[in-house]
Design a binder for this molecule. Structure first.
Ligand code: HEC
Length: 304
């Protein structure tokens, strides 16, 4: 009986030794030869990826197809703690009205949206009254025109897309309400586009009715240069250079695509500071509540 037990024990012991030897062998194996092939595979894969990215990036960064990449400009509203430059929005509204509104609509903006942003309420009422709006029908079923109200939306230059295309040699001037969000590069792109009209370099053909602009994908755009030094006269005396007007109209359009921007940042700041305070308090409270548990010492006294 005794010898039989020890036999079983010995066998178990042997088995244990064997498995240990086997697992450590496998472990050793996996750290030597497979790691070499893994490194070779990783090296080949890395080189392959490098070659793939090299050729693909040269294809995809073709400036003629994709448009020249705009530089990044220091917009004040890019900082996490800054609002829009509202004086610039006001000048930009003037540029939009006097230049761009001849071809581009701004469907999502009503006059009342300007109140407290770029104009006072009385100013907005006066601006709105200057336009004629078709309304109706009246008591006898006829449409009539009336002076605009702050609740009216900015009027469109053309009644429909067909009329817009017919007036612009087949090209459609897009609505500008969300253009800053809708274009890769946002405000940087639109600023570059508006200030980026040059003579085409030798060897580049620009079709009749198109204009050379390296920032526009394809390199030729159906919109002629719209901004020239001094075409608007700013009421605050800012010199109306081409780049100044481009900056202002981009500020205005950035606001138009994101009117909640200032409010959003203010709310975000409040939320982050409040939650930081609550987080600190919650850590203190946790440590306070847990301190008796963390500091206790358990002693077992043998019963006498
Ligand atoms: C004479 C009419 C006209 C005026 C004025 C005009 N545009 Fe345009 N705009 C066009 C047309 C047409 C297109 C479409 C171009 C195309 O698709 O090739 C266009 C396209 C654009 C685009 C879109 C480019 C893109 O990436 O698709 C932007 C942004 C733009 N205009 C901004 C402005 C701004 C800002 C102003 C005022 C400073 C302005 N435009 C004045 C006719 C005009």
């Amino acid at each position: 009986m005794f010898s039989r037990l020890s036999q079983v024990q010995r066998r178990a012991w042997n088995l244990k030794l064997q498995t240990r030897a086997f697992t450590s062998g496998a472990f050793l194996k996996s750290t030597t030869s497979p790691s070499n092939s893994a490194m070779i595979a990783a090296g080949v894969g890395g080189a392959g990826l490098g070659i793939y990215l090299h050729f693909n990036s040269t294809i995809y960064s073709d400036a003629a197809d994709e448009g020249l990449h705009p530089p990044s400009y220091p917009w004040v509203h890019n900082s996490p703690f800054s609002t829009f430059d509202h004086a610039s929005i006001r000048r930009g509204y003037q540029v939009y009205q006097e230049v761009c509104a001849a071809c581009h609509s701004l469907d999502l903006i009503a006059y009342r949206n300007l109140v407290g942003v770029s104009h006072s309420e009385d100013e907005v009422k006066a601006i709105a009254e200057a336009i004629e709006v078709e309304d109706g029908p009246n008591d006898i079923g006829d449409m009539f025109t009336r002076p605009g109200k702050p609740s009216d939306y900015l009027p469109r230059p053309y009644p429909n897309e067909e009329a817009a295309r017919a007036a612009n040699a087949g090209a459609y001037p897009p609505d500008l309400s969300l253009i800053v969000k809708g274009r890769h590069g946002g405000g940087d792109y639109i600023f570059s586009l508006l200030t980026g009209y040059y003579d085409p370099p030798p060897g580049i053909e620009v079709k009749e009715g198109l204009y050379y602009n390296p920032y526009f994908p394809g390199g030729s755009i159906a919109m002629a240069r719209a901004l020239y030094d001094g075409i608007v006269e700013y009421e605050d005396g800012t010199p109306a250079t081409t780049s100044q007007m481009a900056k202002d109209v981009v500020s205005f359009l950035s606001w138009a695509s994101e009117p909640e921007h200032d409010e959003r940042k203010k709310l975000g700041l409040k939320a982050v500071s409040l939650l930081t305070g609550l987080f600190v308090i919650s850590i203190w409270l946790k440590r306070y509540k847990w301190s008796p548990l963390k500091n206790r010492k358990i002693i077992y006294n043998l019963p006498k």
